[in-house]
Design a protein around this ligand. Structure first.
Ligand code: HEM
Length: 135
């Protein structure tokens, strides 16, 4: 996995990371209105901040996934109430990558997309699901 491309593209957002996360949720809810009622009417700033922090951790992902495992297990546990399926995670990933590509313009590439895609499929989602499986 080309982890340096993940770091480069996330860092390229710079101070727009927080706004990116807000825009991500707007698009996520637009595309999948059924998810909207799971979230509070007004998104909690702490939730948005945690999302930015989580993505920063992912951006610093090395080939050693153990560095982010404890955090991702906790994030997974925080999703227990929602009964998420593989399709839900996939919807999240697709929306996230689509918007990241739009925001980065020429800084985005098929290689960067693959790196993020692999990070979701091989690391992020499996770790969250491990967390979901715990009491
Ligand atoms: C890889 C995919 C995902 C990541 C990285 C992620 C990340 C996060 C993070 C970091 C939080 C904050 C947790 C906390 O407060 O401790 C959160 C909360 C939440 N997530 Fe996710 N999430 C993902 C997928 C999903 C999906 C697919 C759904 C539902 C469709 C979802 C629904 C929620 C909800 C409802 C909250 C609570 C919001 C609130 O009450 O303020 N998440 N997520």
């Amino acid at each position: 996995m080309k982890t340096e491309l993940i770091a480069e593209t996330w860092d390229a957002l710079g101070s727009a990371q927080r706004e990116f996360v807000e825009a991500f949720y707007r698009r996520f809810f637009e595309r999948y209105p059924d998810y909207r009622p799971l979230f509070p009417l007004e998104l909690n700033p702490r939730h948005l901040e945690k999302m930015v922090q989580t993505m920063a951790l992912v951006a610093n992902l090395s080939d050693d996934r153990s560095s982010i495992a404890p955090h991702m297990h906790k994030v997974g546990q925080a999703h227990k109430a929602y009964g998420l399926t593989a399709r839900d995670f996939d919807n999240f990933k697709r929306t996230f990558l689509e918007l990241l590509g739009e925001r980065l313009g020429r800084k985005w590439s098929a290689e960067a997309e693959k790196a993020w895609n692999d990070a979701f499929d091989a690391v992020l989602v499996p770790l969250m699901r491990e967390g979901l499986g715990r009491q």
